[in-house]
Design a protein around this ligand. Structure first.
Ligand code: BDR
Ligand code: CA
Length: 319
């Protein structure tokens, strides 16, 4: 008897602030067309200002040979506070490292927030997964403008927060949540299913020298660009953490969609601190179930490191 494996293609929207690790996440998604159908990319201000994240997203689509994809610029600043960027990690352009051409694709005229609302409204309820790789401003503004749309999303999978690892941009907060804590709170309080890929996971995904050499050994443009980007962004983290290798954050979101069995976590209560200046942006995850508060999110705590890098290497090699 012949057995068939039916792979259901997931419809996704990638919301992002590239960033070298966002770029690798986008490449991983675009290298996986059997499983993921990317309906569009929305950009947000985060690692660098919006004009650069919008340009970088198009550069990466072209690098993947996917210039037909649509990129929509979203919010240029957080909901209530001034923008904080991370050029100290990602460089002036956000994609420092390789020499990259100006994109030829144009940016769509529609705002990213409107694209999110219209796309969720026009597709079957429960059919679109939002993959969030940056501050959650676009998603929160979409919820604010059209509260019902979020009930139409299948799930939000986001690189956000930290519990045991606590923080990377402040002692208490992870960058994406810290940049726009109010937006993160709106998303958290919405009824959609939520999965967090926090620093607890991404700090285990260290890009070793051997891994960078594996990318180089593809002998492709993508392999070269990825290795040059990661060599650039690792120098700051290696110094900061005093480690031999730097963490890779955002591709964990896409890997989770492709192979959830690589990850494990707990369904727990998560709350976000928006008031205290000391701990603003902190994700308070009730890992031990001591608060009595209702569980509201899937908080991932562990990852099969080898399985993750095998998946990433195997997929990027085909681009
Ligand atoms: C997150 O912050 C950004 O610098 C990275 O792109 C990632 O999304 C990690 O805290
Ligand atoms: Ca990011």
């Amino acid at each position: 008897m012949i057995g068939f494996v039916i792979i259901m293609q997931k419809k996704i929207i990638i919301d992002t602030d590239p960033g070298q690790d966002d770029a690798v996440a986008i490449l991983l998604a675009l290298a996986s067309p059997d499983e993921l159908n990317c309906l569009g990319i929305t950009t947000v201000a985060g690692n660098v200002p919006l004009n650069l994240t919008s340009k970088n997203a198009r550069i990466i689509c072209e690098l993947a040979g996917r210039s037909e994809l649509k990129v929509f610029a979203g919010s240029d600043s957080p909901m209530f506070k001034p923008l904080i960027t991370a050029e100290h990690v990602h460089g002036k352009t956000g994609l420092d490292g390789p020499i990259l051409p100006e994109p030829k694709m144009s940016l769509q005229d529609k705002n990213g927030v409107d694209f999110l609302i219209e796309t969720l409204e026009s597709h079957e309820p429960g059919s679109i997964t939002l993959c969030c790789l940056g501050p959650l401003t676009n998603i929160a503004i979409a919820i604010d403008k059209a509260p019902k749309i979020i009930t139409r999303a299948k799930e939000i999978v986001m690189m956000a927060g930290a519990y045991f690892e606590v923080g990377n941009i402040t002692p208490a907060a992870e960058f994406n949540v810290f940049v726009d804590p109010e937006a993160a709170k709106i998303v958290l309080n919405s009824s959609v299913k939520k999965t967090f890929l926090p620093l607890d996971v991404t700090h285990k995904l260290l890009v070793t020298k051997a891994q960078i050499e594996a990318f180089e050994s593809f002998g492709t443009r993508v392999g070269k660009v990825v290795s040059e980007m990661l060599k650039f962004s690792e120098r700051f983290d290696k110094q900061k953490y005093g480690s031999h290798a730097a963490p890779l954050h955002d591709p964990s979101v896409i890997a989770y969609l492709l192979k959830p069995s690589l990850f494990s976590g707990r369904f727990v209560n998560v709350e976000i601190e928006t008031e205290s200046l000391l701990t603003q942006g902190m994700t308070v995850a009730d890992w031990w179930g001591v608060s009595g508060r209702e569980a509201n999110a899937n908080f991932i705590g562990d990852v099969d490191i080898e399985g993750f890098f095998n998946l990433l290497t195997e997929r990027l090699a085909v681009l």
